[in-house]
Design a protein around this ligand. Structure first.
Ligand SMILES: [Zn+2]
Length: 401
């Protein structure tokens, strides 16, 4: 693999051993569409490790043995690529990038991201905005990235919007991030200019500790995507930009509660299908409605009926993606037995008591936040959430077993 940057455009040439099909770090199969993309706002003089790691978030699935960058990287970044992926990276010769002083939030506008932002009220936002690719037709016209950008502007936070077409480098399963970390490509390139040493993501306990992005249903302390000691965590750290999960110790019930109680509440948006708010009619809206109804202790309010195709997954036995939140909702939503989740309820024996651990913070998630930002997260969790008891911690550590 050979990578070139020119004026904010990343071009990559596959080598003989590379392939246009591969797997993202979470195991999901992906297929390449095209070999270039643009990322707005990148200063030409950013540290070479930042260019290298940003490129790696796009080219990792296709690279088999070696990668050649157009500027020398540090031995630390080359070692992280070798140890994590078995890739020979070069040329090597740059001094490592020192850690920056500030933490930014990678802000999507969803409830988890808003909750992460509420932990650090002074942190600037970096928002990734999808724009069309000049050579790839846009088959996703309903995806309203302008809505999210507008909502992000209204938050009043210091904000940098990064525009990129990098999602169109992916042909299958659909346009999207080649690796989840590609959402951070713009923040990486801006890290020198913004003096960033940490980047906060809205990944919550389910993503970090209970199985990762696509569902495994097991305890994942060594999560390769988001653990500081996982391969991505070590690579970002080598470039002086630590991955930080401000809400990595709490469930989606807690992030929902925090988001709805936040001064950013008006700007929360987890579904882009609706024109003026969430559509209420898609699978994601149904899942979020179950959580919100549980948090607000009110009956389920959804137009989706049991005869709809998207209701069918809830008639099948578990495991489900986000199962901990399904259990939480089944235990707490009044009248759930009269909704499309009636069948799901038969698979579980849940109660408020058995799901109470999902209201508290898992302490190891705070311990793994870098020292510069740890105390603030700990104080926030102590006053707004509360920490798990030893018994509750065991619920996390025996999840799926
Ligand atoms: Zn929706």
């Amino acid at each position: 693999m050979r990578v070139t940057w020119a004026g904010g455009e990343l071009t990559f040439r596959l080598g003989a051993e590379d392939e246009i099909t591969g797997h993202a770090s979470d195991g999901h199969p992906v297929k390449l569409a095209t070999n270039s993309c643009v990322i707005s706002g990148a200063p030409d003089d950013a540290h070479p490790d930042l260019f290298a790691v940003a490129a790696w978030t796009v080219v990792a699935p296709w690279t088999r043995r070696r990668i050649t960058f157009d500027r020398a990287v540090s031995a630390e970044v080359a070692a992280a690529l070798h140890d994590g992926w078995g890739i020979e990276a070069g040329p090597v010769g740059a001094e490592p990038r020192p850690d920056g002083a500030r933490l930014a939030i990678s802000y999507s506008g969803g409830a988890d991201s808003v909750a992460a932002a509420s932990v650090y009220p002074e942190a600037p936002f970096v928002h990734f905005r999808r724009v069309p690719h000049r050579r790839v037709p846009n088959r996703w016209p309903h995806y309203r990235s302008d809505v999210l950008a507008k909502l992000a502007r209204r938050t009043g936070r210091e904000l940098t919007i990064v525009e990129s077409d990098l999602e169109y480098t992916l042909a299958e399963p659909r346009p999207g991030y080649p690796e989840h970390h590609a959402v951070a490509a713009g923040a990486l390139l801006l890290a020198d200019r913004l003096d960033l040493g940490g980047l906060g993501f809205g990944y919550e306990m389910g993503s970090r500790w209970l199985g990762g992005g696509r569902y495994l249903h097991r305890y994942t302390p060594d999560n390769d995507l988001w653990a500081p000691h996982g391969k991505w965590g070590r690579l970002f750290a080598a470039a002086g930009l630590h991955i930080v999960l401000p809400v990595g110790g709490v469930s989606e019930a807690v992030t929902m509660r925090l988001a709805l109680g936040s001064d950013l509440k008006e700007h929360v948006r987890w579904c882009l299908r609706g024109t003026d708010g969430p559509c209420r009619d898609c699978g994601k809206c149904l899942y979020k409605e179950l959580i919100q109804a549980a948090v607000e202790r009110r009956p389920l309010d959804t137009p989706i009926t049991a005869d709809r195709a998207l209701a069918r997954k809830w008639f099948k036995p578990p495991p489900y993606g986000g199962q901990e939140m399904i259990e939480y909702g089944l235990a707490r939503v009044p009248g759930i037995e009269g909704t499309l989740f009636a069948k799901t309820l038969e698979y579980f024996d849940v109660s408020e008591e058995s799901t109470r651990w999902l209201d508290h913070c898992y302490p190891p998630a705070i311990d793994e936040i870098p020292a510069a930002w740890r105390d603030q997260a700990a104080a926030f969790m102590a006053s707004n959430v509360g920490f798990m008891t030893d018994d509750e911690r065991r619920r996390v550590e025996t999840w799926g077993s």
